[in-house]
Design a binder for this molecule. Sequence first.
Ligand SMILES: [Ca+2]
Ligand SMILES: [Ca+2]
Ligand SMILES: [Ca+2]
Length: 125
Amino acid sequence: MLKGIAVVLVAVFAFVVCDNHLFRNADIDMDGHLVESEFDMIFDHWDRNNDSRVSEYEFAEGWRMDDWDDDVNAVLEFHLFDVNDDGYIQDVPDLRHLFKTFDNNGDGQISASEFRYTWDSLFED
Ligand SMILES: [Ca+2]
Ligand SMILES: [Ca+2]
Ligand SMILES: [Ca+2]
């Protein structure tokens, strides 16, 4: 029982570290906010064949490489990010749409708390 709780706590902790890390990496000018170009960069380095979009395969590979979570989740999450369901994540329309989802107060920037809040709700079961 206690061991189970400990495992859950470690998993939650790892996840919190992961999303803070992601935000800090994406915030190029380190002003504590993500603008659209910074937001687009999150998935940029997963685009291995440089066609400016991330396929489901590239997504699963990047997910594993960056150690986000297990592979089963990657496929599920891919469909969350692929807003128009065409099998690719790209700036337009997928990331534009996601940016608006993250930018809760509509000021054109994603603050750390907006990022955290939306990230958590995306990944809730
Ligand atoms: Ca920034
Ligand atoms: Ca798409
Ligand atoms: Ca905002």
